[in-house]
Design a protein around this ligand. Structure first.
Ligand code: ADP
Length: 949
């Protein structure tokens, strides 16, 4: 149905009434069929007893709707609706009223139908429309002679009159024709304003406009479509989108009335009533068609029109198709040509840009040897500008100043160009050494391409590449790390000389065997793992260490960085010999273990204390001494080890003072154990510093000296006791020996009297006994005398004085001169020092030693050497002889009182001499000892302190 209605619309709107009539008859036929089927479908009965249809007409919309003087509705659409309703056997009643009012009444259902409603999508939502019975186009009316408006677009900025709320109004707003819309209540008013010279144009339906002009007898206003033929400027077309389809409209949903009206409309059009009404109302305002045409068409209609129509349609279709195809072809050709031109242009631009910004020097030369162009890179690399080398000749001379070399270059180049031209290939690449403008020499590979009349030379600068190669070569050769490239088959592909130095194999040996052969058997599994799980997955590996067996059988640790290049099927690797570091680490670890075991094995408590005097670490002995475990004491203040807070503070000050003087400190202090017991301790404190000398803390070594202190006290007491007992003993020895001398002298004296007075009365045996008793008495006298000497060493009230020991020795020797001579002895001595000594005792010391040296000597010429060595704080004296010597085991024994090594019959003596010597030396705070071997002479040493010089 819609297509039929559209067809009717087309006819109504685009053809004159004469042409449209036959076509409308055709349309009627289809509409009738549709309507019948529609009734059949909907089964809606028609009845003459139906109530009168209520309608209304607008007040003033000639010739469609107008009001007669008697107030009744009239006009084309009123007449048409009346005809349609009457045809369908129904009655209709018209009211009149303003458009907006009657429209609302229809929407509200107060009216059944309106005779003239312009179709729009919006209205269709509120009302139902019949097939349109007329389609009108909008146009612009202007004043005659106004040449400024020819088309809708000319309305911009113009004052355009429209009726408020009309379609023209909507159209003007929607399309933003102008920003100066002048709104009127009706079009009559608009036309009059325009005609009177006000404003610029009226926008409205053309047909209605003509009607108005006619009615108002306005002659100075025309439609812009009417002066097309007389104007040479491009004509305007009907206003696109501004057209109105006029229909009957019924209350929304009133299908029955709608069907009735559509059917009636079809009949009215078919039976000629429509045409009659059309002529009646539009005839006066439209130009009359020529009679002849009308007549001819009327008679020939059934034969010619369809044919003509068909032929015309076909002709138009064909022509259109041809024109369209030709136009397309031409447009395509133009487009292609433009595209080609653009491509060419782009390509030239691209080439030019490429040439200019190319990363390598390029140069164009024609076949006459003229250098046409070269790029920026050319000047950058060689330094020559275009004026320097206008021709190839200039280039040869400048770039190759050595004539001999130049000759070779020209020959090589020309041969290459000739070959390229002949074989239609590129110019063969050859390396030349080019001299730049600044005199630098550059290694350049020159090649190029020949064209018909010129060639393009390309230059690849190898200088930097060569330098880079050299640098790499040096780096590769000189680096002390092992650098290699290994392939996926498990072989080294490239390996640097450092590998030889590290592993001891030659490069050939390393390249010939799979690298895994060199890996230590114990490390192969983990090496394989890294290869499979990381390198073959393209993952970089750093700090991987494994061992290698060197050619000499030694094992080396290598620390690797692997960089796999999966695309190339190789891995780049750098290995560093970390054997030494590993060994060091191991020994460091061992040393740390060692230190720790010492730390823990120490008897002393060792505390590592922070600068804030908090305990950081303690050894095992701490538990033994203080009773705290490391866990208990960690982070605690060292104050817990002190007797009280004052003690702690005072101790801190002492440490600070000591550290202030830059030394470690030693203190004794009373410490406190966990169980509260106080004990005496000895404390060595040293500062712990980092490499830069910054204090890190304090190390305290604490010894429990409570037992030692006790022992010291006991020792002191014992010594005191001993000294007391010695003194008593000496006193006793002195008293005894002194007091014994007197009775002994009496015994010997009376025995000697007995001997001299009664020797004749005694027999031989008696005389012998008395003789032995006298001898024993003398010996006892000598023993007591010696004992007396020994006991008096410490008790004699002699004083220490600075004494020249040379003098002392010389006095002794002088005193002993006869004995020495008797023994055929020789005594030599060096100069001796002056020391604080008891002179008479030192005399005795020298005398005893010299006597012994002569006595225990079997040499024909007993030789004695006396001297000393300055040992700083003391002097070490020696008395050396060439006597019988002393066995090792007796070296200490001889210094004990009454100890002798020989029977008296062999060597006389009492065994007191050396004991006396020892006592004298010890009284002087020195030592005495002997170095000797049996039969090899003896050296007696004794030391005497230097004292303050
Ligand atoms: P005496 O000489 O009276 O026996 P000494 O105390 O002087 O006592 O010596 C103790 C012993 O040391 C001597 O009996 C002698 O055996 C040994 N003696 C001392 N001086 C020497 C010496 N110069 N060479 C070898 N033996 C010595």
């Amino acid at each position: 149905m819609n297509s039929i209605i559209s067809f009717v619309n087309f006819v109504r709107g685009n053809m004159s009434k004469s042409y449209s009539t036959p076509i409308l008859i055709l349309a009627i036929f289809f509409i009738s069929i549709y309507q019948s089927s529609s009734y059949a479908d909907n089964n809606i009965p028609l009845s003459l007893s139906d109530p009168i249809i209520k309608s209304a007409s607008e007040l003033d919309y000639p010739p469609f709707a107008l009001v007669l003087d008697n107030g009744s509705a009239d006009g084309f659409s009123v007449d048409l609706l009346k005809a349609v309703v009457t045809t369908m056997g129904r009655k209709i009643n018209f009211k009149v009223g303003p458009w907006h009012k009657i429209k609302q009444q229809l929407i509200d259902g107060e009216l059944d139908v309106l005779p003239l409603v312009a179709y729009s999508e919006e209205r269709n939502k509120l009302l139902d429309f019949t097939a349109p019975f007329m389609r009108l186009h909008g146009t612009v009316f202007v004043r005659k002679g106004d040449n400024s408006i020819f088309r809708v677009s000319d309305l911009k900025g113009k004052e355009v009159l429209v009726m408020q709320g009309d379609n023209a109004h909507e159209y003007a707003v929607q399309n933003q024709l102008t920003d100066k819309l002048i709104l009127t209540d009706n079009y009559e008013q608009a036309m009059q304003l325009l005609s009177s010279g006000k404003h610029d144009a009226v926008l409205m339906l053309q047909l209605v406009g003509f009607q108005l002009l006619n009615k108002l007898k306005i002659t100075n206003v025309v439609s812009i479509h009417s002066h097309q033929e007389t104007n040479i400027r491009p004509g305007s077309r009907p206003l696109s989108g501004y057209e109105q389809k006029f229909c009957f409209a019924v209350h929304e949903g009133d299908k029955e009335l709608l069907s009735l009206l559509n059917e009636g409309l079809a009949i009215v059009i078919a039976n000629g009533s429509y045409n009659e009404l059309y002529d009646k109302w539009f005839g006066p305002i439209l130009p009359q068609p020529r009679v002849s045409w009308k007549q001819i068409l009327k008679y020939l209609f059934f034969i010619l029109v369809p044919l003509l129509f068909l032929a015309a349609a076909m002709g138009i279709w064909y022509l259109r198709r041809e024109v369209a195809s030709k136009t397309n072809y031409l447009q395509e050709e133009i487009r292609e040509r433009k595209q080609t031109e653009k491509t060419l242009h782009d390509s030239e631009n691209k080439f030019r840009t490429l040439f200019d910004v190319a990363a390598i020097p390029l140069c164009y030369v024609n076949n006459k040897g003229v250098i046409l162009d070269f790029n920026l890179k050319f000047t950058e690399v060689f330094g020559y500008t275009k004026s320097d080398v206008p021709t190839l000749e200039e280039w040869w001379v400048l770039a190759y100043p050595d004539p001999k070399y130049r000759k070779w270059v020209i020959k090589t180049w020309e041969t290459a160009v000739e070959k390229a031209q002949k074989e239609n290939t590129d110019i063969q690449s050859v390396e030349y050494r080019v001299t730049c403008k600044n005199g630098d020499l550059r290694d350049i590979i020159i090649s190029g391409s020949t064209f018909q009349e010129y060639f393009l030379a390309t230059f690849i600068d190898l200088t930097e590449l060569k330098q880079a190669e050299e640098r790499f070569e040096k780096f590769f050769t000189l680096i002390s790390d092992l650098f290699c490239i290994a392939d996926i088959n498990g072989y080294f592909r490239l390996i640097n000389p450092a590998a030889e130095q590290i592993l001891g194999y030659t490069q050939e040996e390393l390249l010939q065997r799979p690298y895994m052969n060199f890996v230590h058997p114990d490390d192969r599994e983990k090496t394989e793992k890294v290869i499979h799980e990381q390198l073959q997955q393209g993952k970089k590996v750093i700090n991987f260490s494994n061992r290698y067996v060197c050619k000499d059988g030694s094992v080396k640790w290598l620390e690797w960085t692997f960089h796999p290049m999966p695309n190339q099927g190789v891995t780049y690797a750098v290995g560093r010999d970390c054997t030494q570091r590993r060994d060091m680490e191991a020994s460091l670890k061992a040393s740390e273990l060692w230190m720790r075991s010492i730390y823990n094995a120490l008897e002393e408590a060792v505390l590592v204390v922070s600068p804030q005097r908090e305990l950081i670490s303690v050894n095992k002995a701490t538990k033994k001494i203080f009773g705290y475990t490391e866990k208990e004491i960690h982070d605690q203040s060292t104050s817990i080890l002190h007797v009280d807070q004052d003690h702690f503070v005072e101790f801190g000050k002492k440490i600070e003072d000591a550290f202030g003087q830059g030394k470690s400190a030693e203190f004794e202090f009373r410490a406190k154990r966990k169980n509260g017991e106080i004990f005496q301790s000895e404390h060595t404190v040293s500062m712990l510093k980092d490499e830069a000398g910054n204090p890190l803390g304090i190390v305290s070594v604490i010894r429990d000296i409570s037992k030692r202190k006790q022992a010291e006290i006991i020792l002191e007491e014992t010594l005191a006791d001993l000294e007391k007992s010695n003194a008593e003993l000496e006193q006793f020895a002195y008293v005894a020996s002194h007091d014994l001398q007197e009775p002994l002298r009496a015994v010997i004296g009376f025995l000697q009297l007995l001997q001299s007075k009664y020797k004749n009365q005694l027999d031989e045996k008696g005389r012998h006994y008395i003789e032995r008793v006298v001898k024993a008495g003398h010996r006892m006298q000598s023993l007591i005398s010696d004992l007396l000497k020994v006991s008096r060493v410490n008790t004699l009230n002699t004083s220490f004085e600075p004494t020249d020991l040379t003098k002392v020795l010389e006095e002794v020797l002088e005193h002993m001169q006869s004995t020495i001579t008797e023994e055929n002895g020789v005594v030599t001595y060096s100069r001796l020092p002056t020391l604080m000594v008891d002179k008479s005792q030192i005399q005795g010391l020298f005398q005893n030693l010299i006597v012994n040296a002569l006595k225990y000597n079997e040499a024909l010429k007993p030789t004695i050497e006396i001297g000393y060595e300055d040992k700083g704080h003391e002097c070490r004296f020696f008395v050396k002889d060439n006597g019988i010597g002393i066995s090792k085991e007796f070296r200490d024994k001889i210094f004990m009182i009454f100890q002798r090594l020989h029977p008296r019959k062999d060597y006389s003596g009492s065994g007191i001499g050396l004991a006396l010597c020892k006592k004298i030396v010890e009284r002087h705070r020195g030592n005495i000892w002997v170095e000797s071997e049996s039969g090899k002479g003896s050296i007696f040493y004794f030391t005497l302190p230097q004292g303050e010089k």
